[in-house]
Design a protein around this ligand. Structure first.
Ligand SMILES: C[S@@+](CC[C@H](N)C(=O)[O-])C[C@H]1O[C@@H](n2cnc3c(N)ncnc32)[C@H](O)[C@@H]1O
Length: 207
């Protein structure tokens, strides 16, 4: 197991369901197709995906996370979850009509980000769509922790977070067609101060 994998496994083991809150919006994911959720975690995105497809494959490199996602998918009779690394997807080329990469690519170093982006594009069918969401360099947390690469910080748990620019996301998926890309801003009140949260949301398709 790599250090990063161990860090995530430990986080789920000690804190259980890490991701909850508002429902996830998934623009661009075609209804009724075979869908892959990369880095599914405890299944937050799956709660939205079951409204799009009943043929969902969820992967995560944490066994603890996969167990939670599998339980959810099986209860909805909507697919299965398995332990796999997004940098080396165990699926054939063109296997999925939709791929979701939500807050997973940003938890890897540059080499890992490029590998997962290339693997996502490989498994996407022609005309299939990829949904991407990650934190922007404008986010209030950019700069928190120890910098390990440009705009990439390691916090106490050992987990790293990279903060993206729009041109960087466009370059990462340069082999796909850009359908839309934007930065979503909102305020978060922390100790009496309004701080800015910022996420880049993008949809790409394969020609
Ligand atoms: C911040 S959580 C997001 C979970 C979920 N996508 C969501 O939005 O609620 C990141 C997840 O990505 C997983 N992860 C990180 N790197 C991965 C990799 N290389 N392959 C598979 N899963 C990975 C972690 O184990 C963790 O569950």
């Amino acid at each position: 197991m790599t250090d990063l994998q161990t860090a995530w496994e430990q986080d789920y083991r000690t804190r259980g369901r890490l991701w909850g809150g508002a429902p996830v919006l998934l623009p661009g994911i075609p209804a009724g197709t075979r869908v892959l959720d990369i880095g599914c975690g405890n299944g937050k995105t799956l709660e939205a995906l079951v409204n799009h497809s009943r043929d969902i494959t969820a992967i995560d490199f944490s066994k603890e996370a996969v167990a939670m996602s599998r339980q959810f998918l099986v209860s909805y009779d909507s697919g299965d979850a398995l332990v796999a690394d997004g940098r080396r997807l165990p699926f054939a080329d063109d296997a999925f009509g939709g791929v979701v990469a939500r807050h997973v690519i940003g938890h890897l170093n540059k080499e890992g980000r490029m590998a997962i982006a290339s693997e996502s594009a490989r498994v996407l069918q022609p005309c299939g769509r990829l949904f991407f969401l990650e934190f922007s360099t404008d986010d209030m947390r950019n700069g928190t922790g120890r910098e390990v690469e440009e705009n990439t910080y390691r916090r106490g748990t050992g987990i790293i977070t990279h903060y993206f620019t729009v041109p960087e996301v466009e370059a990462l998926f340069g082999g796909l067609r850009k359908e839309s890309i934007s930065t979503r801003y909102w305020k978060m009140r922390v100790r009496g101060r309004d701080l800015i949260r910022a996420e880049i949301v993008a949809v790409f398709s394969k020609s």
